[in-house]
Design a protein around this ligand. Sequence first.
Ligand SMILES: Nc1ncnc2c1ncn2[C@@H]1O[C@H](COP(=O)(O)OP(=O)(O)OP(=O)(O)O)[C@@H](O)[C@H]1O
Length: 683
Amino acid sequence: MVEHEALVSPDKNNTPNSRKALLKILEAATGMGHFGYRLSEVTDVSSMLSEIAANVEAIHPFQTMAFLLVDEDSHDFVLSWCSSEAQEASITDACRQLMEDHMFSWALRRNHPTTVTSEGVGEVLLHPLQTSSGPVGMFFGVLQGDKPAEDVSYYLLSMTLVAASIAIENFFLYKQLSESNSALEEKVTSRTEELSASNRQLRRTLQEKETYKQHLELLFSSMQDVIISVDPELTVQSINRAGEELFGVVQDDVVGKLLPQVMPDLALRCDEFFHDVLSYGERIVEERVELLLDSDARHIFMINCSPFASGANGQRGAMLMLRDITRLVSLEEQLQERRSFKNIIGTSKSMLNLYSMLENLVDLDTTVLVTGESGTGKELVAEALHHNGSRANGPLVRVNCSALSENLLESELFGHVRGAFTGATKDKVGRFEAAEGGTIFLDEIGDVSLRIQVLLLRFLESHEFERVGDTVTRKANVRIVAATNADLQQRVAQGVFRSDLFYRLNVMNVHLPPLRERLDDMALLVQFFIDMFNDTLGVSISGVSEQAMQIFMNHPWPGNIRELKHTIEHASILARTGRITPDHLPVQILGTDPLSSSDVVRHPPYGGYGGGYGLHYSPQPLISPNAYMPASMQQVRVPCHTVTAEEVQAAIASANGNKTAAAKLLGMGRATLYRKLKELGLG
Ligand SMILES: Nc1ncnc2c1ncn2[C@@H]1O[C@H](COP(=O)(O)OP(=O)(O)OP(=O)(O)O)[C@@H](O)[C@H]1O
């Protein structure tokens, strides 16, 4: 290894020591300006290294030249340019060997041209390419044996390579800068795009919001429901057009004024709602309120009222919505009437047909024959015909024809005169006479004797009769409603009932279906009787369990509605509160089916219909009267007179503090709940 320090610093003044050398240096220095300029012009590494190599060549002819540049990431020396493609491999090997022999690091440390011997390629001049920031590469020149380098050449070579090092570093710095510049530009471009996209989105959202607002305003003004908003002091904030029309006010006149001043009736009726909404944040859902408007007409409104907080200042208040349901309520009432006809309950098709028929019959004087099994409601029909017709102000006289002997029945129906028979100590007015101007209900007409049938036929045809033992013919203006659970046609065929009487009676036949053929009415009837016995027995039954209802739906009900009524009465007495379960049912309703008997406590029958009828257990769920209620509601629903503080608290807790919902759970009105709360010291 030959170190060339002396060559770079030829004397202690650091100047070349001959005139010829001086001239060479001057010449090289002149060329250096152009060299620097050319280097600044190149756009790729390879051209730059070629340019440097050409300059080096001009100073000293090497056999082969190569540049190894420091890789930015790995910091290794990488062969980046070679004057001879053919020798690239051998030079790579030689460099590797020299690096392993620490020649590169030695040259770098010294920062001077160093001549070394490489086994593969011969004498080599290594010159570090280095700047103040550190190494950028290594010049590798294979010397020609016959052309030894002059000292001045090493000096110029060093100058050139120092300049080249700076140019290489600049080149990479510039490259890095322009790369990061374009990355920055890309970033700026993409950010700009993102920004304009989100700008566009914002514009769209604002537009949508504006459209939404316009739609809301349109909805607000065109809605048929009245919408009024008030602040916590009940100052009107807004009122829509429907509200203006309904209350005969103008928005500008009422906004900003107190509701009790501008709409006193409304404010009074809704006072409690506003209190709950504004003080407790509760929502009032579908409460009915009756208002007297200017026209003095009664209007019924469905009210919804909710709290709101809106606007940047978080303005609070209540939004009141009123829907006029007057027409709906009257339709509902009509429908309700349809659920029953007087005390006859049922909505099944057969019952609705019956109601229409009765409506047509009430005002006629026609004789009506009511047929149907025992307990289907024949007497109720007679009552309905009488009480809803033009004879309602007259008497309704009932006669059970099967309860009396023939003679007694004759006297009972037509009356007698004193001495007519033993024991007839004075004249007696018969039931026909007593029913003058009204209706006579002849129950069990199928059981009357043939002799009485003749008398009845005469009365039906002429409305004439004689009291027993009398010769005076009398007349009575009476409507006849007869009933039987016997098959009269069969009796006619058997010769025990006169056919002419049958046809006379059967002008209009009202037939009542047995309960087992109108199970649609079961839930309604069960609830009707529960309500009835809650009132009359002072119990508080909330409904029937699904299992009990299942039993009801499967029982054949030979005693029909009378049997059902007695069953509910029996169960209500045993249960007293809560729901009726199979445990509360009479044994003949439960039957003998093992499915039911296993978990049912049996009670003695209340009498009536004899042994069990058999239970046909059906696994399908059947509807219970309060099946539409949520389970929680069914559990806590108790009448208000028995309600305890615990029950009230439980209901309020399960309604999440909402008093309206809690009142519903307890089966009472809101006002009652507030009263209860006060009474129980919970208010
Ligand atoms: N549709 C119904 N709605 C409500 N209750 C009814 C209905 N049908 C019958 N009832 C009740 O059932 C019981 C028996 O009714 P009702 O006496 O009218 O029957 P009936 O057919 O006349 O019986 P019977 O033939 O044994 O005299 C009564 O308490 C009655 O109130």
